[in-house]
Design a protein around this ligand. Structure first.
Ligand SMILES: CC(C)(COP(=O)(O)OP(=O)(O)OC[C@H]1O[C@@H](n2cnc3c(N)ncnc32)[C@H](O)[C@@H]1OP(=O)(O)O)[C@@H](O)C(=O)NCCC(=O)NCCS
Length: 178
């Protein structure tokens, strides 16, 4: 297993991975939606605002994770984890947590202070995320599941209340993802 930085040469393989994984877990419609999200994320996001990592096994991409910039009113450097996928036949073997932890370590080397995500609190608690109230940091869009709004501080400072909403990159700025 090799963990490495995502580069554009992997774009087609990565789009297919997300489409296939989400088709398997949530059906073909969601597979297309997430495939399109990833296509837009890598096609429209400034390279300073997007960090991606992949897991490679036997020359095939079996996992991928993207973090994109979240602009906070107070100026703290923040990224949001979305989306992440592990190939269906390799799920449940620790690869997902390994890839997330690797990505978070890489973010630290880029000086990122806060990592957000929006997902299952029980799963993301395994890799250090905790719930955050929107009174502290308001999400970019209305949250369908406010309990899924999660954060992880990468330095020792407390998370202070931010006046105003966080802003995400254009590809994520659609109500259907929130
Ligand atoms: C979510 C995902 C990336 C996790 O990767 P993985 O390699 O399967 O996970 P790991 O083997 O590292 O961790 C497994 C643990 O997470 C839990 N888990 C895995 N997927 C979960 C999910 N969607 N919701 C809740 N818990 C989940 C398992 O129950 C297991 O718990 P245990 O260790 O206590 O038994 C992967 O299952 C996947 O790609 N799922 C489909 C796409 C998806 O839902 N992505 C996340 C939203 S963007």
């Amino acid at each position: 297993m090799k963990l490495t930085v995502y580069t554009s040469g992997y774009s087609q393989e990565v789009i297919k991975l997300f489409t296939d994984v989400f088709t398997d877990t949530e059906g073909p419609k969601e597979g297309r939606v997430i495939g399109q999200l990833v296509t837009e994320l890598i096609g429209t996001t400034d390279s300073n605002d997007l960090l991606g990592y992949i897991s490679i096994l036997d020359d095939a991409v079996v996992g991928c994770i993207f973090f994109s910039r979240l602009t906070l009113p107070g100026g703290k450097i923040a990224f949001i984890l979305s989306p992440v996928a592990v190939a269906s036949q390799h799920q449940g073997k620790g690869l997902g947590q390994q890839l997330i932890n690797f990505g978070i370590q890489q973010l630290q080397t880029h000086g990122v202070e806060l990592v957000f995500t929006y997902g299952d609190p029980d799963f993301y608690a395994k890799v250090g995320f905790v719930k955050i109230d929107e009174d502290i940091v308001k999400a970019p869009k209305n949250l369908t599941y406010p309990d899924g709004w999660l954060v992880q501080a990468l330095n020792s400072e407390d998370i202070t209340s931010e006046a105003g909403a966080a802003k995400c990159v254009e590809a994520l700025n659609k109500q259907e993802y929130w």
